[in-house]
Ligand binder design. Structure first.
Ligand SMILES: [Zn+2]
Length: 277
């Protein structure tokens, strides 16, 4: 999370989008996820290496690095799972941290989730091409995601790439509390699907806007006209953890984190079925 101010605006909203479908995902336990989180490095270049290693561990079919074009800055790491069609669903989380704290909540939790979600979805063929991207330098002003949307990947230029993205799911600062969606900076229909799913799965989901607190990489995609939904776990009781010495495993809430993971795994599978029909 790129911090901006300190005020929180709380808003509760429910958008319902009725659709009954069978969703298949392969869930993993909280224990290995927590272990990866504890072992997540503190230096940004090592964090980039760890993001890549997590993708390698799950045997991601294609891993691409997208440099920011500046010296001594770690590149974005992108993992691609080709689907039945070319249309893409992107899932993103930044790997970098500020100097204070250990950056466990902001945003090692997001990066560990990326690989867990990728593995969960890989159990059955998906319609969309899923792209999981660990962004560099979010904390310096969304630099990694901004470079990526501009440059594109694999010879596909930014504009063309953006046109092929049916939805982008951004994960920043989860695991400090119950799952929250930043409704004000999210596509309302996507948020509605998430709320409906949460209800069906009996998992908590709240709407907590973070415009007053900061921005995250979803904004880089939104600027290019991509439909974005942003998930976090922040509220008035815990946002002060960010960018402080308190951002350690002490702030981590395993039960809530695993619920976030479950909800997002089902949500991504649902988006895959729902979009571009
Ligand atoms: Zn941050």
């Amino acid at each position: 999370m790129l911090l901006r101010g300190s005020l929180f605006h709380l808003l509760l909203s429910l958008v319902v989008c009725g659709q009954s479908t069978k969703i298949t995902v392969d869930l993993i336990d909280i224990a290995p996820m927590e272990q990866r989180l504890r072992a997540f490095p503190l230096k940004n270049d090592e964090r980039q290496g760890r993001a890549r290693l997590l993708f390698e561990d799950i045997k991601c079919p294609k891993i691409v690095e997208v440099p920011l074009g500046k010296k001594d800055v770690p590149a974005n790491v992108v993992c691609i799972y080709p689907g039945e069609n070319q249309k893409m669903i992107w899932v993103g989380a930044h790997f970098d941290k500020v100097s204070a704290g250990e950056g466990k909540i902001d945003n090692a939790t997001g990066v560990v989730l990326l690989s867990a979600l990728a593995k969960s979805l890989a159990s059955v063929p998906r319609r969309h091409t899923f792209v999981f991207s660990a962004f560099a330098d979010e904390e310096k002003g969304l630099l990694g995601s901004a470079a990526l949307v501009k440059k594109g990947i694999e010879g596909v230029k930014g504009k063309e790439l953006m046109a092929g993205i049916s939805g982008m799911v951004n994960i920043d600062s989860v695991g400090a509390g119950a799952t929250a969606v930043a409704l004000s900076s999210s596509d309302k229909e996507f948020a509605g699907i998430a709320f409906k799913l949460a209800e069906q799965l009996q998992l908590g989901l709240r709407s907590v806007n973070v415009d007053q607190v900061g921005q995250s990489d979803g904004a880089s995609f939104q600027k290019q006209g991509v439909r974005v939904v942003e998930f976090h776990s922040l509220d008035n009781s815990n946002w002060q953890i960010l960018h402080s010495p308190k951002d350690t495993m002490e702030a981590f809430r395993g039960k809530e984190y695993h619920e976030t993971y479950k909800l997002l795994a089902f949500f991504l599978a649902q988006l895959d079925l729902y979009l571009d029909r």
